[in-house]
Ligand binder design. Structure first.
Ligand code: XMP
Length: 511
């Protein structure tokens, strides 16, 4: 990559390390997260313009707590320590860190010395997120306190001459009112960043990189229609044009019109786009199967089989492209060891296709950056902002045995639910929303007739990480309208229910 400015984030095991990296990048400076043992190596190879020490669960005075190589303080590179990171700076440079009798947690009013470069143009006082028991009780030589709270005299410290700063609070979280400004001051006021990281520059660098790596070789990509694979297809197509082949396997388990939308978005571009209509093949394999794990396994295996068959028809494949993203790389170990992510979301890597190497142009990107890149590449909003969709698709949203009839009932009902929500004011609260066709049939009455039809469940959750989720309080008028539209417009359903369970104890999907 050509961008030269980098911020090194030295990870001491804090829960917000990735958030710090994202915040820095949002401020247009590229950042990398590296474990504290790899920091020296990273610095000598990458010459970062600034260093941030993250928080962490340890106490600096414990013997085996993680500590950086102390030479890091003599390099002349600006350093900002956050929480544990601040305590480390204090401890390593001769200050004192102690355990407080009182934990300071949550939003805390803080007074700032705005003459400090880190707090330039801030209000004199605003709230920050505190989360600590240990505190810096004596500052190292050369440091002064630059912020305080009712409980903590040294809520931030600075050695302006050496450009070393510590903040006891988490400026990276939204709960710190002026957190963004503080990080911005560190980047632009202290590290003198120019701000050369944006998706436009990434796009031109990544395009050039891919062209250099691929040359005139052939690239193969399994396109699922999900955000990562769609943006990757667009990028590779721009970079290598007809040397890219995308195989889109329509397993017949996508939502209403989704297969055609993917085709419409990609079929006319420069690349070779192959759509495999394998609906009947998948449905055949799924006949009589009701158990969700079994459905997943069958779909995963069949996916690989179809992909391998089609890849063989193409002949020589030099590169297999994958949408591995930065979160995967970081989670696989701070040294960025290789991760093999399932290329299509439902199974493993194909075994019977030989290729020279993998190309993974998104290894440095966060999910929200991939979306921004998608917009930069001109992809339509419905692909870029597509909500997560499980690889096995509607197979796990039709409870019990899957039939073509059930899939079609679900598609229609799901499309009504989604379109009503998408045109409502509640849309901005929603993380994921869909319908589930239960295998419960009950008696109903419609006109003068008795019916015996399915119960449809509606789900809508808000979530930031999909690990936990809250059900959304959808206004009654919307629920009312959706229920009546579904009953009137979709035959086969005579009862509609709304799921009011959060995760935990439930999961988001209904399998
Ligand atoms: P649960 O139901 O476990 O789902 O609360 C959490 C999130 O994961 C999505 N999901 C999947 N995503 N491949 C995916 O990429 C899958 O096989 C898969 N299964 C579930 C689910 O939609 C929710 O967003």
């Amino acid at each position: 990559m050509k961008h030269t400015e980098k911020i090194l984030i030295v990870d001491f095991g804090g829960q917000y390390s990735q958030l710090i990296a994202r915040r820095v990048r949002d401020l247009n400076v590229y950042s990398d997260i590296v474990g504290y043992k790899q920091a020296a190596d990273y610095i000598s190879k990458n010459k970062p313009i600034g260093i941030i020490f993250t928080g962490g669960p340890s106490s600096v005075y414990e013997e085996d707590s993680p500590k950086p190589d102390e030479s890091i303080f003599n390099l002349g590179i600006p350093i900002l320590g956050i929480c544990y990171g601040m305590q480390l700076i204090a401890y390593c440079l001769g200050g004192r860190v102690e355990k407080s009798s009182k934990r300071e947690f949550g939003k805390t009013d803080t007074k700032f010395k705005t003459s400090c470069a880190l707090f330039k143009d801030l209000k004199q006082s605003s709230s920050v997120l505190m989360s600590h028991v240990d505190y810096v009780s004596a500052l190292p030589e050369g440091f002064v306190s630059v912020a305080e709270t009712a409980n903590t005299k040294n809520a931030a410290m600075a050695n302006e001459q050496k450009k070393i700063y510590g903040i006891q609070f988490h400026a990276e979280t939204d709960q710190s009112e002026e957190g963004r400004e503080i990080l911005k001051n560190f980047l632009y006021n202290v590290c003198k960043a120019k701000g050369d990281w944006d998706m436009k520059s990434f796009l031109s660098d990544a395009t050039a990189d891919v062209q250099k790596t691929v040359g005139s070789g052939k690239v193969l990509l399994a396109l699922s229609g999900g955000v990562d694979s769609s943006v990757l297809a667009a990028l590779l197509s721009k970079a290598v044009g007809e040397n890219l082949t995308c195989i889109f396997i329509d397993h017949g388990l996508m939502r209403k019109n989704e297969g055609d939308e993917v085709e419409a978005a990609f079929a006319n571009s420069e690349m070779n786009f192959i759509r495999i209509n394998a609906q009947s093949r998948f449905l055949g394999k799924l006949k009589g199967v009701s158990e969700p794990e079994k459905k997943r396994k069958i779909i995963g295996e069949e996916f690989i089989r179809v992909f391998e068959e089609e890849a063989k028809k193409i002949g020589v494949v030099d590169f297999l492209a994958q949408g591995t993203i930065y979160a995967d790389v970081v989670e696989s170990g701070a040294n960025g060891s290789a991760v093999i992510k399932s290329h299509h979301n439902v199974g493993g890597l194909p075994k019977n296709i030989s290729f020279k190497s993998l190309i993974e142009p998104f290894r440095a990107l966060f999910k929200d950056e991939i979306r921004r890149l998608g917009l930069e590449l001109g992809l339509p909003d419905y692909l870029v902002y597509r909500q997560p969709f499980p690889g096995p698709g509607l197979a796990i949203r039709v409870i019990g045995e899957i039939t073509e009839e059930k899939l079609s009932i679900l598609r229609e009902a799901d499309s009504i639910w989604r379109s009503e929500l998408e045109h409502s004011a509640v849309k901005k609260e929603l993380g994921q929303y869909f319908a589930v066709l239960t295998d419960n049939k009950t008696v109903g009455v419609m006109g003068d007739y008795r019916t015996y039809d399915y119960t449809l469940a509606l789900r809508a959750v808000k979530t930031s990480d999909f690990m936990t989720a809250d059900w959304v309080h959808i206004p009654y008028e919307i629920l009312d309208r959706v229920s009546s539209r579904i009953i009137n417009e979709v035959s086969g359903i005579n009862r509609v229910v709304y799921d009011i369970t959060s995760k935990p104890p439930a999961t988001i999907e209904w399998e």
